[in-house]
Design a protein around this ligand. Sequence first.
Ligand code: HEC
Length: 148
Amino acid sequence: MPGVPSLAGMPPEFITLQMILFREGLRDAPPMPQFAAGLTDADIEALAGHYAAMPPEPPEDRVPRNEALAARGEALAARMHCGSCHLPDFSGRAQMPRIAGQREEYLAEALRAYRDGRRVGTDTQMNAAMYGVSDGDIDALAHYAAHR
Ligand code: HEC
């Protein structure tokens, strides 16, 4: 649903790590901390395995593809090496999430949050990647990834 990311096909390490961050109070993205509270490491690993095994599908309410915006996003993604971490098909790997086919408004908000210092991961790689990127470029990157 709007603002909530799809979990299907996420690398299990990404889900595990984020759930531990929520549980330990190191990442606040309401209402997730309350759902992570009290889960054991084994519970979290089981949840991660469950969602990782589900085939990802684009949302039913996906915004139609805009060729010009997607082309701008593709050129930016190549220049900014998004695929070196998220893999060339954007399927993600280890602690790097799948962004292919993810909800567009979620991606755009996540990228703005990294840029503006409202979201910090376990490291600052995304904050560095998004430093100084314009809103227009963020919208193009989000549109392109949402349509991969
Ligand atoms: C140096 C490696 C690296 C590069 C380059 C990189 N990312 Fe990331 N990205 C990560 C990591 C690691 C995370 C998880 C950070 C966290 O814990 O919040 C992440 C998280 C994200 C998220 C959050 C997704 C979610 O489900 O919450 C988005 C969106 C994203 N990256 C998009 C991009 C885009 C677009 C680019 C290119 C402009 C890019 N990334 C470049 C490593 C990278």
